[in-house]
Design a protein around this ligand. Structure first.
Ligand SMILES: C[S@@+](CC[C@H](N)C(=O)[O-])C[C@H]1O[C@@H](n2cnc3c(N)ncnc32)[C@H](O)[C@@H]1O
Length: 401
Protein backbone atom coordinates (compact mmCIF):
# COMPACT_ATOMS: atom_id res chain seq x y z
CA UNK A 1 0.00 0.00 0.00
CA UNK A 2 1.28 3.45 -0.88
CA UNK A 3 3.13 5.42 1.76
CA UNK A 4 6.02 7.82 2.15
CA UNK A 5 8.33 8.58 5.05
CA UNK A 6 9.16 12.22 5.52
CA UNK A 7 11.19 14.48 7.77
CA UNK A 8 9.03 16.08 10.48
CA UNK A 9 7.42 19.35 9.36
CA UNK A 10 5.16 22.00 10.78
CA UNK A 11 1.66 20.67 10.09
CA UNK A 12 0.24 24.17 10.56
CA UNK A 13 1.22 24.72 6.93
CA UNK A 14 -1.27 22.05 5.86
CA UNK A 15 -4.33 24.18 5.12
CA UNK A 16 -7.72 23.39 3.61
CA UNK A 17 -7.73 23.72 -0.16
CA UNK A 18 -6.64 22.13 -3.41
CA UNK A 19 -3.28 20.50 -3.96
CA UNK A 20 -1.42 19.00 -6.91
CA UNK A 21 -0.53 20.03 -10.46
CA UNK A 22 -4.12 19.48 -11.56
CA UNK A 23 -5.53 20.69 -8.23
CA UNK A 24 -7.20 17.27 -8.01
CA UNK A 25 -6.59 16.64 -4.31
CA UNK A 26 -8.68 18.68 -1.92
CA UNK A 27 -7.79 18.78 1.76
CA UNK A 28 -11.08 19.08 3.67
CA UNK A 29 -9.68 19.24 7.19
CA UNK A 30 -6.98 17.80 9.40
CA UNK A 31 -7.61 16.20 12.77
CA UNK A 32 -5.21 15.57 15.64
CA UNK A 33 -5.39 12.38 17.70
CA UNK A 34 -6.14 13.15 21.35
CA UNK A 35 -4.13 10.16 22.55
CA UNK A 36 -0.97 10.54 20.43
CA UNK A 37 0.62 13.11 18.15
CA UNK A 38 -0.71 11.37 15.00
CA UNK A 39 -2.88 13.35 12.60
CA UNK A 40 -5.51 12.48 10.03
CA UNK A 41 -5.89 14.41 6.81
CA UNK A 42 -9.34 14.31 5.15
CA UNK A 43 -9.07 14.22 1.38
CA UNK A 44 -11.53 14.56 -1.46
CA UNK A 45 -10.30 13.24 -4.79
CA UNK A 46 -12.41 12.35 -7.83
CA UNK A 47 -15.62 12.46 -5.77
CA UNK A 48 -14.25 10.04 -3.20
CA UNK A 49 -13.48 11.07 0.37
CA UNK A 50 -10.97 9.29 2.53
CA UNK A 51 -8.42 9.91 5.25
CA UNK A 52 -4.63 9.88 5.17
CA UNK A 53 -2.81 8.99 8.36
CA UNK A 54 0.25 10.96 9.40
CA UNK A 55 1.99 8.64 11.85
CA UNK A 56 4.61 10.10 14.14
CA UNK A 57 6.99 8.15 16.41
CA UNK A 58 5.88 7.63 19.98
CA UNK A 59 7.14 10.33 22.29
CA UNK A 60 9.18 7.80 24.25
CA UNK A 61 10.86 6.71 21.01
CA UNK A 62 11.85 9.97 19.36
CA UNK A 63 15.06 8.36 18.08
CA UNK A 64 13.43 7.40 14.78
CA UNK A 65 12.72 10.93 13.79
CA UNK A 66 10.75 10.28 10.62
CA UNK A 67 7.03 10.49 9.98
CA UNK A 68 4.97 8.13 7.89
CA UNK A 69 2.19 9.36 5.57
CA UNK A 70 -0.10 6.46 4.64
CA UNK A 71 -3.68 5.32 4.11
CA UNK A 72 -6.32 4.98 6.81
CA UNK A 73 -7.71 1.45 6.96
CA UNK A 74 -11.35 2.35 7.63
CA UNK A 75 -11.82 4.85 4.80
CA UNK A 76 -9.33 3.45 2.27
CA UNK A 77 -10.56 3.79 -1.34
CA UNK A 78 -10.43 0.80 -3.65
CA UNK A 79 -8.42 2.65 -6.27
CA UNK A 80 -4.83 2.66 -5.06
CA UNK A 81 -4.00 5.37 -7.60
CA UNK A 82 -6.26 7.81 -5.75
CA UNK A 83 -4.29 7.23 -2.58
CA UNK A 84 -0.97 7.55 -4.37
CA UNK A 85 -2.05 10.74 -6.09
CA UNK A 86 -3.34 12.26 -2.85
CA UNK A 87 -0.11 11.43 -0.97
CA UNK A 88 2.00 12.74 -3.85
CA UNK A 89 -0.06 15.97 -4.16
CA UNK A 90 0.08 16.71 -0.43
CA UNK A 91 3.78 15.97 -0.31
CA UNK A 92 4.71 18.14 -3.30
CA UNK A 93 2.25 20.86 -2.27
CA UNK A 94 3.94 21.18 1.12
CA UNK A 95 7.41 20.62 -0.31
CA UNK A 96 8.01 17.78 2.14
CA UNK A 97 11.41 16.26 2.58
CA UNK A 98 10.68 12.71 1.38
CA UNK A 99 13.10 10.11 2.76
CA UNK A 100 11.48 6.99 1.35
CA UNK A 101 8.58 6.40 -1.00
CA UNK A 102 6.87 3.48 -2.71
CA UNK A 103 4.75 5.75 -4.88
CA UNK A 104 4.98 5.64 -8.62
CA UNK A 105 1.82 6.69 -10.36
CA UNK A 106 1.15 4.50 -13.36
CA UNK A 107 -0.95 6.63 -15.70
CA UNK A 108 -0.44 4.07 -18.43
CA UNK A 109 -1.78 1.15 -16.41
CA UNK A 110 -5.40 0.13 -16.85
CA UNK A 111 -7.37 2.82 -15.06
CA UNK A 112 -10.00 1.25 -12.83
CA UNK A 113 -13.48 1.87 -14.12
CA UNK A 114 -16.17 2.74 -11.59
CA UNK A 115 -18.73 0.81 -13.53
CA UNK A 116 -18.17 -2.57 -11.92
CA UNK A 117 -17.19 -1.36 -8.47
CA UNK A 118 -20.19 -0.91 -6.20
CA UNK A 119 -20.38 0.67 -2.78
CA UNK A 120 -22.81 -0.33 -0.05
CA UNK A 121 -24.80 2.87 -0.69
CA UNK A 122 -25.38 1.79 -4.29
CA UNK A 123 -27.47 -1.10 -3.01
CA UNK A 124 -30.15 1.16 -1.52
CA UNK A 125 -31.92 1.45 -4.87
CA UNK A 126 -29.86 -0.58 -7.31
CA UNK A 127 -31.36 -2.48 -10.24
CA UNK A 128 -30.19 -5.95 -11.20
CA UNK A 129 -30.48 -6.02 -15.00
CA UNK A 130 -29.70 -9.73 -15.38
CA UNK A 131 -31.69 -12.94 -15.68
CA UNK A 132 -30.25 -14.28 -12.44
CA UNK A 133 -27.81 -13.30 -9.71
CA UNK A 134 -25.09 -15.15 -7.78
CA UNK A 135 -22.87 -13.92 -4.94
CA UNK A 136 -19.34 -14.96 -4.05
CA UNK A 137 -18.18 -14.12 -0.54
CA UNK A 138 -14.41 -13.64 -0.06
CA UNK A 139 -13.29 -14.32 -3.64
CA UNK A 140 -9.57 -13.79 -2.90
CA UNK A 141 -7.64 -13.99 -6.18
CA UNK A 142 -10.99 -14.19 -8.00
CA UNK A 143 -10.24 -17.33 -10.00
CA UNK A 144 -13.60 -18.94 -9.29
CA UNK A 145 -15.55 -15.67 -9.67
CA UNK A 146 -13.97 -14.85 -13.05
CA UNK A 147 -14.46 -18.42 -14.28
CA UNK A 148 -18.14 -18.46 -13.32
CA UNK A 149 -18.78 -15.05 -14.89
CA UNK A 150 -17.14 -16.07 -18.16
CA UNK A 151 -19.13 -19.29 -18.24
CA UNK A 152 -22.51 -17.68 -17.41
CA UNK A 153 -22.68 -14.32 -19.22
CA UNK A 154 -26.44 -13.99 -18.59
CA UNK A 155 -25.92 -14.18 -14.83
CA UNK A 156 -24.72 -11.31 -12.63
CA UNK A 157 -21.97 -12.22 -10.13
CA UNK A 158 -21.61 -9.99 -7.09
CA UNK A 159 -18.17 -10.57 -5.61
CA UNK A 160 -17.77 -9.33 -2.03
CA UNK A 161 -14.23 -9.14 -0.68
CA UNK A 162 -13.07 -7.42 2.50
CA UNK A 163 -9.39 -7.29 1.45
CA UNK A 164 -8.91 -4.14 -0.64
CA UNK A 165 -5.85 -5.21 -2.74
CA UNK A 166 -7.64 -8.45 -3.77
CA UNK A 167 -10.75 -6.49 -4.76
CA UNK A 168 -8.64 -4.03 -6.78
CA UNK A 169 -6.76 -6.88 -8.50
CA UNK A 170 -9.97 -8.59 -9.59
CA UNK A 171 -11.43 -5.29 -10.81
CA UNK A 172 -8.41 -5.01 -13.13
CA UNK A 173 -8.94 -8.57 -14.39
CA UNK A 174 -12.61 -7.78 -15.11
CA UNK A 175 -11.51 -4.92 -17.35
CA UNK A 176 -8.78 -6.90 -19.05
CA UNK A 177 -11.20 -9.77 -19.74
CA UNK A 178 -13.92 -7.26 -20.67
CA UNK A 179 -16.52 -8.96 -18.47
CA UNK A 180 -19.83 -7.14 -18.11
CA UNK A 181 -21.47 -9.33 -15.50
CA UNK A 182 -19.41 -8.89 -12.31
CA UNK A 183 -19.83 -6.27 -9.60
CA UNK A 184 -17.10 -6.01 -7.00
CA UNK A 185 -17.90 -4.76 -3.51
CA UNK A 186 -15.03 -4.10 -1.13
CA UNK A 187 -16.81 -4.60 2.19
CA UNK A 188 -17.59 -7.09 4.90
CA UNK A 189 -19.91 -9.59 3.18
CA UNK A 190 -21.72 -10.32 6.43
CA UNK A 191 -22.95 -6.73 6.44
CA UNK A 192 -23.46 -6.24 2.74
CA UNK A 193 -25.72 -9.27 2.50
CA UNK A 194 -28.27 -7.34 4.55
CA UNK A 195 -28.55 -4.77 1.72
CA UNK A 196 -29.45 -7.39 -0.89
CA UNK A 197 -33.16 -7.81 -1.70
CA UNK A 198 -34.96 -10.97 -0.58
CA UNK A 199 -35.39 -13.90 -3.01
CA UNK A 200 -32.87 -12.44 -5.49
CA UNK A 201 -30.07 -14.97 -5.81
CA UNK A 202 -29.61 -18.45 -7.14
CA UNK A 203 -26.26 -19.19 -5.53
CA UNK A 204 -24.09 -17.84 -2.73
CA UNK A 205 -20.55 -19.23 -2.84
CA UNK A 206 -18.39 -19.22 0.27
CA UNK A 207 -15.20 -20.99 -0.75
CA UNK A 208 -12.43 -21.62 1.75
CA UNK A 209 -13.46 -19.02 4.35
CA UNK A 210 -10.83 -18.19 6.96
CA UNK A 211 -11.58 -20.65 9.84
CA UNK A 212 -10.72 -18.10 12.58
CA UNK A 213 -10.38 -20.88 15.16
CA UNK A 214 -9.16 -18.41 17.79
CA UNK A 215 -11.55 -15.54 16.90
CA UNK A 216 -14.82 -17.26 15.98
CA UNK A 217 -16.70 -13.94 15.97
CA UNK A 218 -14.84 -13.11 12.74
CA UNK A 219 -16.14 -16.14 10.88
CA UNK A 220 -18.27 -15.57 7.81
CA UNK A 221 -20.57 -18.50 8.62
CA UNK A 222 -22.80 -17.82 11.61
CA UNK A 223 -26.46 -18.30 12.49
CA UNK A 224 -27.29 -14.77 11.32
CA UNK A 225 -25.31 -15.22 8.08
CA UNK A 226 -27.29 -18.38 7.39
CA UNK A 227 -30.56 -16.57 8.08
CA UNK A 228 -29.60 -13.70 5.75
CA UNK A 229 -28.42 -16.11 3.04
CA UNK A 230 -31.72 -17.98 3.12
CA UNK A 231 -33.59 -14.67 2.84
CA UNK A 232 -31.47 -13.49 -0.10
CA UNK A 233 -31.72 -16.80 -1.96
CA UNK A 234 -34.71 -17.46 -4.17
CA UNK A 235 -36.70 -20.58 -3.35
CA UNK A 236 -34.49 -23.47 -4.55
CA UNK A 237 -31.31 -21.32 -4.44
CA UNK A 238 -28.20 -22.67 -2.70
CA UNK A 239 -25.59 -21.50 -0.22
CA UNK A 240 -22.43 -23.40 -1.20
CA UNK A 241 -19.69 -23.72 1.41
CA UNK A 242 -16.38 -25.34 0.45
CA UNK A 243 -13.75 -25.82 3.13
CA UNK A 244 -10.61 -27.79 3.86
CA UNK A 245 -11.03 -27.36 7.62
CA UNK A 246 -12.67 -30.33 9.31
CA UNK A 247 -13.34 -28.21 12.36
CA UNK A 248 -14.98 -25.43 10.32
CA UNK A 249 -17.00 -28.02 8.42
CA UNK A 250 -18.49 -29.35 11.68
CA UNK A 251 -18.97 -25.87 13.07
CA UNK A 252 -20.90 -24.98 9.89
CA UNK A 253 -22.96 -28.16 10.06
CA UNK A 254 -23.98 -27.30 13.62
CA UNK A 255 -24.90 -23.80 12.47
CA UNK A 256 -26.86 -25.04 9.46
CA UNK A 257 -28.75 -27.65 11.50
CA UNK A 258 -29.26 -25.28 14.45
CA UNK A 259 -32.41 -23.49 15.47
CA UNK A 260 -32.11 -20.27 13.46
CA UNK A 261 -33.56 -21.53 10.23
CA UNK A 262 -36.23 -24.09 11.00
CA UNK A 263 -36.52 -25.71 7.58
CA UNK A 264 -33.67 -26.22 5.10
CA UNK A 265 -32.25 -28.96 2.90
CA UNK A 266 -28.59 -29.68 3.67
CA UNK A 267 -26.34 -31.79 1.47
CA UNK A 268 -22.73 -32.81 2.17
CA UNK A 269 -20.05 -33.96 -0.27
CA UNK A 270 -16.45 -34.95 0.29
CA UNK A 271 -13.58 -34.37 -2.17
CA UNK A 272 -15.83 -33.26 -4.99
CA UNK A 273 -13.78 -31.95 -7.97
CA UNK A 274 -15.00 -28.56 -9.23
CA UNK A 275 -14.37 -27.26 -12.74
CA UNK A 276 -12.02 -24.61 -11.41
CA UNK A 277 -9.38 -24.89 -8.69
CA UNK A 278 -8.64 -21.80 -6.63
CA UNK A 279 -5.21 -20.90 -5.29
CA UNK A 280 -6.12 -22.12 -1.80
CA UNK A 281 -7.66 -25.30 -3.06
CA UNK A 282 -4.57 -26.10 -5.15
CA UNK A 283 -2.46 -25.84 -2.01
CA UNK A 284 -4.68 -28.26 -0.05
CA UNK A 285 -4.85 -30.67 -2.97
CA UNK A 286 -1.05 -30.76 -3.14
CA UNK A 287 -1.09 -31.65 0.56
CA UNK A 288 -3.77 -34.31 -0.13
CA UNK A 289 -6.14 -32.71 2.37
CA UNK A 290 -9.82 -33.62 2.36
CA UNK A 291 -12.19 -31.00 1.10
CA UNK A 292 -15.81 -30.68 2.26
CA UNK A 293 -18.74 -29.13 0.42
CA UNK A 294 -21.95 -28.27 2.20
CA UNK A 295 -24.93 -27.07 0.16
CA UNK A 296 -27.85 -25.46 1.98
CA UNK A 297 -30.95 -24.96 -0.15
CA UNK A 298 -33.53 -22.30 0.60
CA UNK A 299 -36.92 -23.96 0.53
CA UNK A 300 -39.30 -21.06 0.91
CA UNK A 301 -40.01 -17.57 -0.38
CA UNK A 302 -38.92 -14.86 2.07
CA UNK A 303 -40.50 -11.55 3.03
CA UNK A 304 -39.07 -8.43 1.45
CA UNK A 305 -36.58 -6.33 3.37
CA UNK A 306 -37.04 -2.70 4.55
CA UNK A 307 -34.10 -0.43 3.78
CA UNK A 308 -35.46 2.94 4.81
CA UNK A 309 -33.41 3.51 7.98
CA UNK A 310 -32.18 7.06 8.42
CA UNK A 311 -28.61 7.47 9.67
CA UNK A 312 -28.60 11.27 9.96
CA UNK A 313 -27.89 12.95 13.30
CA UNK A 314 -30.83 15.39 13.36
CA UNK A 315 -30.07 18.45 15.50
CA UNK A 316 -26.91 17.01 17.04
CA UNK A 317 -23.88 19.26 16.69
CA UNK A 318 -20.53 19.56 18.41
CA UNK A 319 -20.44 20.92 21.94
CA UNK A 320 -17.58 20.64 24.40
CA UNK A 321 -19.80 18.56 26.75
CA UNK A 322 -19.58 15.67 24.27
CA UNK A 323 -15.92 15.28 25.20
CA UNK A 324 -16.93 14.59 28.82
CA UNK A 325 -19.79 12.29 27.89
CA UNK A 326 -17.75 9.92 25.73
CA UNK A 327 -15.97 7.11 27.50
CA UNK A 328 -13.63 4.78 25.67
CA UNK A 329 -14.75 1.50 27.15
CA UNK A 330 -16.93 -0.70 24.97
CA UNK A 331 -20.60 -0.49 25.96
CA UNK A 332 -22.63 -3.65 25.57
CA UNK A 333 -26.38 -3.55 24.99
CA UNK A 334 -28.95 -6.18 24.09
CA UNK A 335 -27.72 -7.47 20.71
CA UNK A 336 -25.26 -4.68 19.92
CA UNK A 337 -22.32 -2.68 21.24
CA UNK A 338 -20.69 0.74 20.89
CA UNK A 339 -16.98 1.30 21.28
CA UNK A 340 -15.73 4.87 20.96
CA UNK A 341 -12.11 4.14 20.11
CA UNK A 342 -10.43 7.47 19.47
CA UNK A 343 -11.10 11.15 19.37
CA UNK A 344 -9.51 13.55 16.91
CA UNK A 345 -9.68 17.31 17.41
CA UNK A 346 -10.10 19.23 14.15
CA UNK A 347 -10.09 22.67 15.71
CA UNK A 348 -11.82 24.23 18.70
CA UNK A 349 -15.19 23.75 17.08
CA UNK A 350 -15.01 20.36 15.38
CA UNK A 351 -14.04 16.76 16.14
CA UNK A 352 -13.82 13.37 14.46
CA UNK A 353 -14.71 10.27 16.50
CA UNK A 354 -13.49 6.82 15.49
CA UNK A 355 -15.77 4.03 16.65
CA UNK A 356 -16.75 0.40 16.22
CA UNK A 357 -20.38 -0.58 16.74
CA UNK A 358 -23.29 -2.76 15.74
CA UNK A 359 -23.74 -6.48 16.07
CA UNK A 360 -21.00 -8.53 17.74
CA UNK A 361 -20.29 -10.78 14.76
CA UNK A 362 -20.66 -8.04 12.12
CA UNK A 363 -19.29 -4.82 13.59
CA UNK A 364 -19.05 -1.58 11.63
CA UNK A 365 -15.95 0.64 11.86
CA UNK A 366 -16.67 4.29 11.14
CA UNK A 367 -15.79 7.92 11.82
CA UNK A 368 -18.31 10.55 12.91
CA UNK A 369 -17.60 14.17 12.00
CA UNK A 370 -19.12 16.86 14.25
CA UNK A 371 -18.87 20.63 14.09
CA UNK A 372 -21.02 23.50 15.39
CA UNK A 373 -23.58 23.15 12.62
CA UNK A 374 -23.64 19.51 11.50
CA UNK A 375 -22.77 15.88 12.22
CA UNK A 376 -22.40 12.95 9.82
CA UNK A 377 -20.63 9.65 9.23
CA UNK A 378 -17.40 10.27 7.32
CA UNK A 379 -17.05 8.95 4.55
CA UNK A 380 -20.00 6.57 4.20
CA UNK A 381 -23.06 5.75 6.28
CA UNK A 382 -23.37 2.37 8.01
CA UNK A 383 -25.07 -0.52 6.26
CA UNK A 384 -28.84 -0.14 6.62
CA UNK A 385 -29.60 -2.93 9.02
CA UNK A 386 -32.00 -2.91 11.96
CA UNK A 387 -29.12 -3.60 14.39
CA UNK A 388 -27.06 -0.73 13.00
CA UNK A 389 -30.09 1.54 13.19
CA UNK A 390 -30.75 0.64 16.85
CA UNK A 391 -27.07 1.27 17.56
CA UNK A 392 -27.19 4.59 15.71
CA UNK A 393 -30.10 5.76 17.91
CA UNK A 394 -28.04 4.84 20.99
CA UNK A 395 -24.99 6.69 19.60
CA UNK A 396 -27.22 9.74 19.17
CA UNK A 397 -28.14 9.54 22.86
CA UNK A 398 -24.44 9.79 23.77
CA UNK A 399 -23.84 12.71 21.44
CA UNK A 400 -27.01 14.60 22.38
CA UNK A 401 -25.77 16.74 25.25
C1 LIG B 1 -8.80 -18.21 2.54
S1 LIG B 1 -9.26 -16.98 1.43
C2 LIG B 1 -10.11 -17.86 0.15
C3 LIG B 1 -10.17 -17.08 -1.13
C4 LIG B 1 -10.93 -17.76 -2.28
N1 LIG B 1 -12.32 -17.98 -1.97
C5 LIG B 1 -10.28 -19.05 -2.69
O1 LIG B 1 -10.93 -20.10 -2.61
O2 LIG B 1 -9.12 -19.00 -3.11
C6 LIG B 1 -10.59 -16.19 2.28
C7 LIG B 1 -10.97 -14.84 1.68
O3 LIG B 1 -12.13 -14.35 2.32
C8 LIG B 1 -11.98 -12.95 2.53
N2 LIG B 1 -12.85 -12.59 3.67
C9 LIG B 1 -12.70 -12.94 4.96
N3 LIG B 1 -13.73 -12.44 5.70
C10 LIG B 1 -14.54 -11.78 4.84
C11 LIG B 1 -15.76 -11.05 5.01
N4 LIG B 1 -16.33 -10.93 6.20
N5 LIG B 1 -16.31 -10.48 3.90
C12 LIG B 1 -15.73 -10.60 2.69
N6 LIG B 1 -14.57 -11.26 2.48
C13 LIG B 1 -13.99 -11.86 3.53
C14 LIG B 1 -10.51 -12.79 2.80
O4 LIG B 1 -10.06 -11.47 2.59
C15 LIG B 1 -9.90 -13.78 1.81
O5 LIG B 1 -9.67 -13.19 0.56
Amino acid sequence: MPHITVKPFDTACLKKGKYGKLQGTEVLFKAKDSFSSDELIAIKHENESFLLHLKKPLEEKPSSNTWLLKYDKVTRPLKVNLLKQAIADVSTGLNLDVLQSNITIHDTKVALSNKYEKSIEDFVDIEFPFESVAIEVGFGSGKHLLYQAQKNPERLFIGIEIHTPSAAQVLKQIQILDLKNIWVVNYDARLLLEMIPSNLCHQIFVHFPVPWDKKPQRRVISASFLEESMRVLAKGGRLELRTDSYKYFWYSMETFLGETVTKTAVEVRKNEALEVTSKYEARWLRQEKDIYDVYVTSIKKSESRRLDFNFSFGDIVYTKEILDKISYQAKIFDGFFIHFERLFQIDNDAILIKLAFGSFDRPEHKYIYLDKSTAYYFNTSPVKTMTNYKTHLKIMEYLNV
